[in-house]
Design a protein around this ligand. Structure first.
Ligand code: ADP
Length: 490
C-alpha cells in the first residue's frame, strides 16, 4: 500500500502544477489507474485479513442516522451524473445510539450502494434501514439496498458472493470491477453475526440486504458530522513530522503544504528532540519504526522527561491492536494509518487543535541541549602549552575511544544492563572536564552512574543518557573540526 500511496500522492501533487494538455491527460490516466489499484489492494488485504480471522471489529457507540447521511453524501455526485433518484428510508424507532463497528458498516454499505449505482442506468436507488427486533439490550437492524438496474440471472445469485466472481464474463469489460466487493461484504456481515441475502430479476433490479445485531448504548455518540466539517481558523499552525523514509517525508510535506501549515521534518526521534528544544510546535506526527530512536521512545521522552503534553499523532503502517495499545501507553493522543488520507489527517489535526491554545501544550521546552560550543580547549591548551602536535594526539585519543563508549550507553540501556551502564559512564566522566565540557555534564554522568549502580530512579536514566549522548555527539563534531584546523597548522 505504501508505495502505491506515494504514486497517487505525487501524481495528485503534479496534477496541480503547470502542465501541457497531453501531460495532464497522461497524469490523469496514472491517477485513475492508481485509484483503481489501491481499491484492489485494499480489497485483497481485507479479504486476506478476514480469511485469516484477523479482522477486528470495534465495539464503539455511534449514531446510525448520521452514518447513513454521510454515506449518501459520498454518492451524491455519481448519482446526480447518472440522473438517478436516491431514496432514503429510515425507521425512526431504531435507538439513536448503537454499539458496533461503524467503519465496517460503512464499508459494507458503500460496496452495495456503489454496485447499485454502477449497474443501474435509470430509475432509483433506495437505502432502507429498519428495525426487525428489539430485545433487552439488543437490536436487530435490516439494511436493504434496492436498485432498478440490470439485475442478475437466478443461476448466478450464489456465485457472485465468491472471490473474484462476476455474474457474467463481460461484466468486467462493460462495468469494470474485480468481483471482490460482495465477497468482502459477506465476510464482514457474517463475522459480525449477521446474514446477507439477495433477490433479483433481470432487467428489473436487485435488492441486497443484510441483518446485523447491535447493542444499544445509553451514552450518546459524538456526532461525526460536526467533526468532518471542522475547519482550522488558525493559519499559523506548525507541525513537526518525524519519519525516517525520505519518500514519506516528502509526501507529508506536500500534504501539509496543501493545508497551508508550517512544518519541520526530522528523520528520527533524536533529530526531533533536537528540533523541539529550539522550536515551538503545535503538534507532532510521529512514525513508529525508526532507526536511532523510535516513535515510542521519543514520545516517552517528550512526556516523561520534557514533561510536554504537545499532541502527538502516530503514523502507523498497519493498525494492529498491539500497536494502538502501545501508542496509548507511550503517551500518544491518536494514530492515523499510512497511506495517510488527507481528509482524515486534516480532521484529526483540526480536532486536536481546536481546543484553546493553553491546553494545547505548545510549551517552550526547557533548554536541555546546548547550542554550539560544547567544548572548551583551555584545559588542553594549558597542559600542552598549546603545542599543536600534542593537542592533536590528545584529541585523537579522545576521538578514538570515547564515541564507542557513548554508543555502548544506549545499547546497555536497551538491555537494561545497569551494571555495565554504570561502568561505561564511569569511563567517560574524566574526559568531560578535559575537553572542557562543563560541570553539569559531569553531574549528569554521575547521576546515571549512581542510579544505575544502585538500580534506583531507573525512570530518569533514559533521559539523562539521551542528553549525554547528545552532548558527546556534539563535542565529537566540534573536536573533529578542531583537529582538522590543528592538522593544517603542523
Ligand atoms: P464487482 O462489482 O467488482 O464486479 P462484486 O463482488 O461487488 O464485484 O459483485 C460481483 C458481481 O455481482 C458483479 O460483477 C455483478 O455481476 C453482480 N452484481 C453485484 N451487484 C449488482 C447489482 N446491484 N446489480 C446487478 N448486478 C450486480
Amino acid at each position: 500500500r505504501t508505495p502505491m500511496n506515494a504514486i497517487i500522492g505525487f501524481t495528485r501533487a503534479l496534477l496541480k502544477s503547470e502542465l501541457s494538455a497531453q501531460q495532464m491527460e497522461f497524469l490523469n490516466a496514472i491517477k485513475i489507474s492508481g485509484d483503481t489499484l489501491i481499491v484492489l489492494i485494499n480489497d485483497i488485504l481485507d479479504l486476506a485479513k478476514v480469511d485469516a480471522g484477523k479482522m477486528k471489529f470495534e465495539q464503539l457507540a455511534f449514531n446510525l442516522k448520521n452514518a447513513q447521511g454521510s454515506i449518501f453524501k459520498l454518492f451524491e455526485t455519481k448519482i446526480g451524473d447518472k440522473n438517478l433518484e436516491l431514496i432514503n428510508e429510515y425507521d425512526t424507532t431504531i435507538p439513536e445510539t448503537l454499539v458496533g463497528d461503524e467503519v465496517r458498516l460503512n464499508q459494507i454499505l458503500m460496496n452495495l450502494i456503489s454496485n447499485a449505482v454502477k449497474f443501474t442506468d435509470k430509475g432509483k436507488i433506495t437505502l432502507s434501514i429498519r428495525k426487525l427486533k428489539e430485545e433487552n439490550n439488543l437490536v436487530r437492524v435490516e439494511f436493504a439496498v434496492k436498485d432498478t438496474g440490470i439485475g442478475i440471472p437466478q443461476g448466478d445469485l450464489e456465485k457472485i458472493f465468491e472471490n473474484f466472481q462476476q455474474a457474467s464474463s463481460d461484466t468486467s469489460r462493460l462495468y469494470g470491477g474485480t468481483g471482490l466487493g460482495l465477497a468482502i461484504v459477506k465476510q464482514l456481515v457474517e463475522q459480525q453475526g449477521g446474514t446477507v441475502s439477495v433477490k433479483s430479476k433481470v432487467n428489473k433490479g436487485s435488492v441486497f440486504s443484510f441483518i446485523l445485531p447491535f447493542e444499544k448504548s445509553a451514552r450518546s455518540a459524538v456526532p461525526d458530522q460536526s467533526r468532518a466539517e471542522q475547519r482550522l481558523d488558525n493559519p499559523e499552525i506548525k507541525i513537526l513530522v518525524v519519519e525516517d523514509m525520505a519518500l514519506n517525508r516528502l509526501l507529508m510535506k506536500t500534504i501539509l503544504d496543501d493545508f497551508g501549515f508550517e512544518k519541520d521534518m526530522a528523520e528520527n526521534g533524536k533529530v526531533a528532540l533536537e528540533l523541539l528544544s529550539t522550536n515551538n510546535y503545535d503538534l507532532i506526527l510521529m512514525d513508529l519504526q525508526m532507526p536511532e530512536m523510535n516513535g515510542f521512545e521519543t514520545t516517552e521522552f517528550i512526556r516523561n522527561v520534557l514533561k510536554s503534553n504537545i499532541p502527538i499523532i502516530a503514523l502507523t503502517a498497519d493498525v494492529t491492536t498491539v500497536d494502538v495499545a502501545k501508542c496509548k501507553a507511550a503517551g500518544m493522543n491518536d494514530y492515523i494509518t499510512k497511506p495517510v488520507d488527507e481528509k482524515i489527517l486534516y480532521n484529526k489535526i483540526a480536532e486536536m487543535l481546536s481546543v484553546p491554545l493553553v491546553a494545547r501544550g505548545a510549551v517552550a521546552l526547557p533548554e536541555i541541549y546546548p547550542e554550539d560550543g560544547v567544548i572548551n580547549l583551555e584545559y588542553i591548551k594549558e597542559r600542552t602549552k598549546s603545542d599543536p602536535k600534542k593537542m592533536i594526539e590528545l584529541i585523537s585519543v579522545y576521538l578514538d575511544h570515547t564515541p564507542p563508549v557513548i554508543l555502548a550507553l544506549g545499547q546497555r540501556l536497551r538491555e537494561k544492563d545497569w551494571q555495565s551502564l554504570a561502568s561505561a559512564v564511569h569511563k567517560i566522566v574524566p574526559s568531560i572536564p578535559i575537553m572542557g565540557m562543563g560541570d553539569k555534564y559531569v553531574e549528569m554522568a554521575k547521576k546515571v552512574q549512581e542510579y544505575a549502580g544502585a538500580k534506583q530512579n531507573l525512570d530518569q536514566i533514559p533521559g539523562l543518557v539521551l542528553q549525554l549522548e547528545h552532548v558527546f555527539d556534539r563535542a565529537g563534531k566540534e573536536l573533529e573540526e578542531e583537529l582538522r584546523k590543528l592538522k593544517m597548522m603542523v
